[in-house]
Design a protein around this ligand. Structure first.
Ligand code: UN1
Length: 509
């Protein structure tokens, strides 16, 4: 067994968690078993929170809010700047823990922490740029403007596949906006959440006078999540996960007039047009379709190829797929690590069976390395040539399955791309300006992310991240996503000695 897989015994995990500052009591004898998908073996038992614990956490967050909302935003940014320093210092260890807990390859584990560092930098700058407008008023001697205020505790429910980065997109922004954060991580990835919590505690200590309960983690299952979602003291709920989960969260938050930021499923497509640079396209397809073992919400799942290229591109892809190194994600030569668990494996096999039924020709998709790690689930990424975009193609399966379809007219390709119920990420490979512009136009892709000559995954934090339709409509990270974490007040100030009414109304005694 290579060295890289060896440190998965409990002692090495404990040593790693110790370096990250997580106290043993949090993960030694708790009620939630945690398994590493690398071997499938149990590596910790994490302490969970009961409803009373959640109640205390929410009450403490409300208290923290009362103080934090009064701290000037650039000073709040200083806390996030220090937190970014802690993340830089712990990048190697936290990245490794991400790989251990999720099964991502080492490069991607580190990349995830880099994404956290980047959003901290962004949020620090933002803390001096929470701008409101000055608005023209129709009344003489008046001034109109808008101001942005902190809104209150923000609940973050995150998924296993980006166990720490997605929290940071929300938390870094929420904190500079003046809000505490309550985080319920996926039950599959509580260790990375505890590690981030410990790093944040270090930042808080260095900062000095911030409220202690600014960022809290609660560990538990769907019921705990539901209690957080239903609580009127938590005005914003940002939830990442399946569309099924979003269908539960969205209406519950709406019921109490809270604000939901939903990042749900994706069924992301790439169109490869006749003028495409095929070498670039193949590399982009490979990263987007098999990177993270197909477990990004931005993973490429549908490839829509012009009929003139179809055979050529498929042959190139089949060759490239043949060279993918699957195995221990901590081995630097590996490109594809394991699926998260047995259920993910079963869902993949069921999807492939359905694709065959619908006339698909499947290459790959089988389990590998089962003799070495019988409790883990490694698969060969699957390429599936489909005769048409049948039901299974329109269904998001969180696994490395790439359905390949062909098209003749670009309009048809765009229609195929938009036929998915989800609307997260999309891309086109073309060197034809007209095609690229059409794809990005109002009549083009209906997704939240629309790329040209890069794949659908691997977005930078500077843009707003999220998508339409069953993806949920939320936007996180960069651009003006911060506005969802604040409340807006429109102010009209009269500095004249008269009281003119708007709309020319006279209302005198
Ligand atoms: C996710 O899969 O939930 O764009 C987020 C990307 C990453 C984030 C993915 N920056 O692929």
């Amino acid at each position: 067994m290579p060295d890289s897989a060896a440190p998965l015994d409990r002692n090495s995990i404990a040593a790693l968690l110790d370096r990250l500052g997580v106290p043993p009591a949090a993960y030694r004898d708790g009620g939630l078993p945690v398994r590493s998908p690398i071997t499938g073996a149990e590596i910790a038992r994490v302490r969970t929170d009961d409803p009373a614990g959640l109640e205390r956490t929410i009450a403490a967050s409300v208290e923290a809010f009362r103080a934090w909302r009064l701290v000037p935003p650039p000073r709040r940014g200083e806390l996030v700047r220090i937190f970014g320093e802690e993340l830089r210092a712990a990048k190697a260890e936290l990245g490794r823990l991400v790989s251990v807990e999720v099964g991502k390859i080492a490069q991607e584990g580190l990349g995830e922490v880099q994404e956290m560092i980047d959003i901290c930098d962004f949020a620090v700058g933002l803390s001096r740029q929470l701008y409101g407008l000055t608005i023209a008023t129709e009344r003489p001697g008046h001034r109109m403007m808008e101001t942005w205020h902190p809104v209150g505790p923000c609940g973050v429910i995150s998924a296993f596949n980006f166990p720490v980065a997605v929290w940071s997109w929300n938390a870094a922004i929420a904190l500079v906006c003046g809000n505490p954060v309550i985080w319920k991580p996926s039950e599959k990835t509580p260790l990375t959440a505890l590690a981030v919590d410990a790093l944040f505690a270090r930042a808080l200590k260095r900062f000095g006078d911030a409220p202690a309960d600014l960022a809290r983690v609660v560990v538990g299952g769907a019921e705990l999540g539901a209690a957080l979602v239903d609580d009127g003291r938590v005005p914003v709920i940002s939830a990442t996960g399946s569309t099924r989960m979003g269908r539960l969260v969205g209406p519950r938050v709406a019921q109490r007039f809270g604000r939901a930021i939903l990042e749900l499923g994706g069924n992301n497509a790439m169109i490869v047009a006749p003028s495409a640079d095929l070498d670039l396209a193949v590399r982009a397809i490979l990263f987007a379709a098999v990177g993270t073992a197909g477990q990004r919400c931005t993973s490429l799942r549908r490839l829509i190829v012009h009929e003139s290229l179809h055979e050529d591109l498929f042959a190139k892809l089949a060759r490239a797929y043949g060279q993918i190194r699957i195995g221990d994600p901590l081995d630097p030569a590996t490109l594809v690590g394991p699926l998260i668990d047995a259920r993910a494996f079963e869902a993949m096999q069921a999807a492939l069976a359905a694709a065959r039924q619908a006339g698909g020709a499947v290459t790959g998709g089988e389990r590998v390395l089962a003799d070495r790690w019988p409790q883990a689930h490694y698969v060969r990424p699957a390429l599936v040539r489909m005769p048409s975009q049948s039901e299974i193609v329109l269904h998001e399966t969180f696994a490395p399955i790439l359905y390949v379809l062909r098209y003749r007219d670009l309009d048809d390709a765009i229609a195929l791309q938009n036929a998915a119920p989800q609307g997260l990420a999309s891309s086109i490979f073309t060197t034809d300006l007209r095609e690229a512009e059409q794809f990005m136009s109002a009549a083009g892709s209906d997704c939240g992310i629309v790329n040209v000559n890069i794949g659908p995954s691997g977005a930078e934090i500077g843009g707003a991240f999220g998508g339409e339709k069953e993806t949920g409509g939320g936007r996180e990270a960069g651009s003006d996503s911060w506005k969802a974490y604040m409340r807006r007040a429109t102010n009209t100030i009269n500095y004249s000695r008269a009281l003119p009414l708007a709309q020319g109304i006279h209302f005198d005694l």
